[in-house]
Ligand binder design. Sequence first.
Ligand SMILES: Cc1cc2nc3c(=O)[nH]c(=O)nc-3n(C[C@H](O)[C@H](O)[C@H](O)COP(=O)(O)O)c2cc1C
Length: 327
Amino acid sequence: MNKYQFTDADRFSVAPMIDVTNRTFRKFARLMTKKAMLYTEMIAAAALVHNKEYLIEHDESENPCTLQLGGSDPKTLAKACKIGEKFGYSAINLNAGCPSDKVQQGSFGAILMKTPDVITDCLKAMQDAVSIPVTVKTRIGVDDLDSTEYTRKIVESVYKTGSRHIILHARKAWLNGLSPKENRTVPPLDYQRVYDLKQEFSDLSITINGGILNIDDCKEHLNYVDGVMLGRAIIDNPYLLASVDSMIYNDGSAILSREQVFDSVIKMAHDFVKDGNRLHHLGIHTINLFNGCKGARHFRNYLSLHMHELGADESVLVNAYEKMQRV
Ligand SMILES: Cc1cc2nc3c(=O)[nH]c(=O)nc-3n(C[C@H](O)[C@H](O)[C@H](O)COP(=O)(O)O)c2cc1C
């Protein structure tokens, strides 16, 4: 594996999302796609190197899976990368796009876009520390630094490290005045700027992110860039993942029906609760599994009412399904 290059798995990724793409989510996602690149939630590199390795527990069945780190100190990031590699992650990604206040106070995330040299230093230290790929996820601009020239500067900060893969959320971040949620909707998407950069840096693989809703959108973007990354569309419609191996990776596999996926979820829930976990930690990821189907609202309502109950097990999922069927 060349650590500077895009891998086959990077053609389709599930975006890193705090409180969503945890281990339970990743195991749920793997019931539907074996090929997609999954990401962890962002993990602060400083926490990881200070004896918080439990934050990144992981096993081979989740791979391909990228560990996303937050940080701006090259040495700390390098140490965190080594821990990530030891845990068996497929790749490591630096978060240079998160605009939350907490992250800004730590001087990482989107604020890194203001200092492209720091991005370069961090990436170099991270690459030197491990033999797996190291990438960066960033936006196309920050505050008033929002021109094509500035995006090019950010891309160059990655390119000159030797890295040949970047993930670009196709909107800028406003660091003051917008919440992280607003920062995912208010600044307009500019896909064209990302496509143009791909033309300019033809040997750089670009993954595009932001506002991609379905497989058709993915295919359209893949005419212009190398990879697509989806976040909220997967939360709203996780079943989309069942089509990915066949429709994006063209692996010839059959697309599982929702019911087939649901059968696997029930088995997973049985084991999950038997292992001492609370059902709602899995239920939260499955609640939208039937979105778009008749009666999905009843499935969601029943699940959200009962999955938190003490002793809740897979029968709550079965009952939720029956409620939906009765409509
Ligand atoms: C709940 C939530 C949590 C997020 N957490 C992270 C994160 O930990 N790291 C990161 O780089 N981006 C994070 N993001 C941003 C997403 O990775 C993605 O860039 C953004 O949602 C735009 O993609 P989308 O339009 O497909 O959702 C988060 C987004 C959401 C909705």
